[in-house]
Design a protein around this ligand. Structure first.
Ligand SMILES: [Mn+2]
Length: 443
């Protein structure tokens, strides 16, 4: 992405965020807030190794900097200050900045000792947002001003509506992730690869180290695709070649995440053909659901539409032997599609602000219960799986006779299918910008 465009969008993002922070601070009775980037966590009490830093998302909302012990100070009406910790260690150094587009709006203060931040804090009520409470105490911040719930809730809600800068970052993250998806589709179709090989190939194709991915890549061949978060990659070639690959893998750009799933099939024969039909139907359903997004519609309504469509697909491909009433169909669709239709996306893969109310009892894992609004970014990711424990329950239950178990057991060899895109709700006449499909299209 072009540096000058990024710098211009970023400057607007900071101006706008500054305005919105000022209103939140005033409403919550604070004069300023200091947002800490985080402290590297030890992997084990018994060792001297540290996990790579996952910066506090509120900090990354301001600055795409993944260095420990940095902080931003936001005071309404004043130039924002960034305290950047310059390490004097000769054992390790944080990664170099990959772009300088973000430096313009800041008064940058380089420090070598994090305690020195205390002397830069203003008089008045100063809130602290971050994970390291010991650091807040060392800076003289009262315990009740550390992540005060009302302010924290306000700041979470600020992250729901993405600025033009954030949308471009999410789009670039999608372009990057799509390079990996294209590479793995080709590798899978051309020969037999282990899941570990495919995972490493994804990292190489997207130019990411494992801890930099927004979430652990899910690389699942055959039956493994029925494990929704399969990350225990198979490392030796299977006895017969896998005919399905489910890849749920993303990328980040300036801290913003892409979250994309595709499922591919190869091979011939009745089972591969039936599974291919299931993948095609799931993809068509996913596109219909994307086309149904409307400002003002509860997201949960889309989730329930998805369940009705899953029941229709099960009937279409012959898994469901006859039509059933809505209650029975809903029970059966939940055995094959046991997760939520999607979630808010941003600096976190499961971003904040869209699950403020609980879903209905039938939809316990749904992570987006918001009313769809312009500015939101969320995923749409229906799936159909053959999960042994859920199928056992279904087979033992009252609807068993409605299922073609021979077909189910044959398809179970291929695990399951999920198709996932990232959508930005524009609020304009086109309603939605599909950040994922536009990236596949551009390749
Ligand atoms: Mn997802």
């Amino acid at each position: 992405m072009e540096r000058d465009l990024l710098a211009r969008l970023y400057a607007e993002h900071v101006r706008d965020l500054d305005r919105r922070y000022a209103a939140a601070l005033q409403e919550c009775g604070f004069d300023a807030v200091v947002v800490h980037s985080g402290t590297a966590l030890k992997r084990s009490e018994f060792d001297d190794q540290y996990w790579p830093l996952r910066p506090v998302p509120h900090f990354q909302h301001w600055v795409p900097l993944a260095w420990p012990d940095c902080a931003v100070l936001i005071r309404p009406g004043q130039v924002p200050k960034l305290f950047r910790m310059v390490s004097r260690s000769y054992w390790e150094q944080p990664a170099a900045h990959d772009s300088d587009h973000w430096q313009g709006p800041w008064d940058i203060v380089d420090l070598t000792n994090p305690d020195a931040v205390a002397q830069h804090l203003p008089q008045g009520r100063v809130a602290f947002v971050g994970e390291d409470r010991a650091r807040a105490r060392a800076w003289g911040i009262a315990d009740d001003a550390v992540n005060p719930p009302k302010l924290a809730g306000r700041l979470d809600r600020l992250r729901v509506h993405k600025s033009a800068y954030e949308v471009e970052c999410l789009a670039e993250a999608n372009r990057r992730a799509v390079r990996g998806h294209d590479a793995l589709q080709l590798a899978f179709l051309q020969g037999d690869r282990t899941e570990l090989d495919l995972h490493l190939l994804f990292l190489a194709a997207t130019g990411q180290d494992d801890p930099e991915t927004p979430y652990k890549n899910i690389v699942a061949q055959g039956r493994n695709a029925a494990v929704l978060h399969h990350v225990g990659y198979q490392r030796s070639a299977p006895s017969r070649s896998a005919e399905s690959l489910l890849l749920d893998a993303g990328a980040t750009f300036q801290g913003y995440a892409a979250d994309i799933t595709r499922t591919w099939v190869k091979g011939s024969g009745a089972t591969a053909d039936a599974f291919r039909a299931l993948v095609d139907e799931t993809e068509r359903m996913q596109q219909r659901l994307c086309a149904s997004v409307q400002v003002g519609l509860p997201y949960e309504e889309l989730h329930e539409q998805a369940h009705r469509q899953v029941a229709g697909i099960l009937r279409e491909v012959g898994i469901l032997l006859h039509e059933l009433g809505p209650q029975a169909a809903g029970r059966i669709s939940r055995a094959f599609f046991p997760h939520g239709l999607g979630h808010s996306l941003g600096l976190q893969c499961h971003d904040v602000g869209c699950a403020l109310v609980k879903p209905k009892l039938d939809n316990p894992f749904l992570r987006n219960t918001s009313i769809i609004e312009a500015g939101q970014v969320f995923t749409i990711e229906p799936g159909i799986y053959f999960i042994p424990s859920l199928l056992d329950d279904l087979q033992a239950g009252p609807y068993s006779a409605a299922i073609d178990w021979r077909l189910v057991h044959a398809l179970a060899e291929l695990g399951g299918v999920r198709i996932e895109d990232d959508l930005f709700v524009t609020g304009g006449p086109d309603t939605v910008r599909n950040l994922t499909r536009e990236s596949f299209g551009a390749a």
